[in-house]
Design a binder for this molecule. Structure first.
Ligand code: SAM
Length: 346
């Protein structure tokens, strides 16, 4: 065999291994969902863990073996006869509770309501596909109407957003605290259950916050002295503040809708010293091997499956919607997260 043929053969062999990550792509999330549901206690030997979690030991062993392989837990010999499991850096992100936990997000994306839309993604892409989102095809209503009609799903959704908010706001506070200098009042537009705003007012105690979202969402949001919860529709009007904060809101909408929301934000902030702080992914095209970039592309697929017309945007696309909404300048600050911070000025 010549060199060329060997290279092709090796490439084919690699492809035949890689295909399995697609064939069984859902297994990782299914196992992690299972682990979140079972709950995990402090590190202990398998037999004690099985008793504590009321699990059948050999099946629990297989689940734990899988998670050890993916570094979710570490296997340790407690003595010659007994193995136990200890935590890794990934464990706190997957275990329920705790500041870094993404467990509620895992429970949302592995729910039937969230998974069913993916079955009609291809219909959405077809030229003949109508404008009903895969989410609506599967669940009978668009995401926001469905959440309003199903309080349990709404809670699942808001808790999931809260998980991500904790990580992203922490990265914002560490990465670019100067964004909040001189901001005395801040309105979180589409602020959900208020997780992001409560972390921001804690970090920057001079800020008076308004958590603004649909009435059924703010009705169950946390209450505090430095945050006022206001229910409304951001397409109609937004209460005034020095700055408007929009995290993971604009990606739910198409350009025309984004421009409407951004124009309402512009009306809500002072012309001279106001600003809009957008926390969203900025897609970079053709950047290979970039792990966060790959997450951005997956989120873009989620926008297609779950929202009516939402999408993730490149820098050029952000520039377009900001200009069309009347903002004269903006800057982008990368943070230690999938999202970046965009400051836009009237
Ligand atoms: C993807 S979530 C993001 C929540 C939060 N900003 C975060 O990042 O954790 C989008 C939010 O927009 C809210 N929303 C949707 N339509 C809205 C409207 N017309 N007016 C105000 N909020 C709206 C939803 O209820 C939801 O809380």
């Amino acid at each position: 065999m010549g060199d060329m043929e060997v290279t092709i053969k090796e490439g084919e062999a690699r492809a035949e291994i890689e295909i399995w990550s697609y064939v069984l792509g859902y297994v990782k999330i299914a196992v992690v969902k299972c682990a979140v549901e079972l709950g995990y206690l402090t590190p202990m030997p398998l037999s004690e863990l099985a008793t504590a979690l009321r699990c059948e030991p050999s099946r629990l062993h297989r689940i734990m073996r899988f998670m050890v392989h993916y570094r979710i837990f570490k296997q340790e010999h407690i003595n010659h006869h007994t193995v136990g499991f200890s935590l890794t850096l990934l464990s706190p992100l997957l275990i329920k509770g705790g500041e870094k936990s993404m467990a509620a997000f895992i429970l949302l994306v592995s729910s039937r309501t969230w998974l069913a839309p993916w079955h009609s993604l291809s219909v959405r892409v077809l030229e003949t596909g109508n404008n009903i989102s895969p989410f609506e095809v599967a669940n009978g209503k668009d995401l926001w109407s469905y959440a309003e009609a199903n309080p349990d799903f709404s809670e699942l959704f808001n808790n999931a957003m809260g998980c991500d908010a904790r990580l992203t706001v922490q990265a914002t506070i560490e990465g670019c605290p100067e964004v909040f200098d001189g901001v005395e009042s801040l309105i979180d537009v589409g602020g959900g259950n208020g997780t992001a705003l409560s972390l921001l007012v804690k970090a920057f105690p001079w800020i008076q916050g308004i958590n603004f979202d649909l009435p059924h969402v703010v009705a169950v949001a946390a209450k505090s002295d430095s945050i006022e919860n206001v229910g409304g529709d951001m397409f109609m009007s937004i209460p005034n503040a020095d700055a408007a904060f929009l995290m993971w809101v604009l990606h739910d909408w198409d350009d025309e809708e984004c421009i409407k929301i951004l124009k309402k934000c512009r009306e809500a902030i002072p012309e001279d010293k106001g600003k809009v702080i957008i926390v969203e992914a900025v897609l970079e095209e053709d950047k290979e091997g970039d792990e966060l970039g790959a997450v951005g592309l997956m989120l873009d697929m989620a926008m297609m499956a779950i929202t009516n017309k939402g999408k993730e945007r490149t820098l050029k696309e952000w520039s377009y919607v900001l200009q069309q909404s009347g903002f004269t300048r903006f800057n982008v600050k990368p943070i230690r997260a999938v999202k970046s911070v965009i400051e836009a000025y009237p």
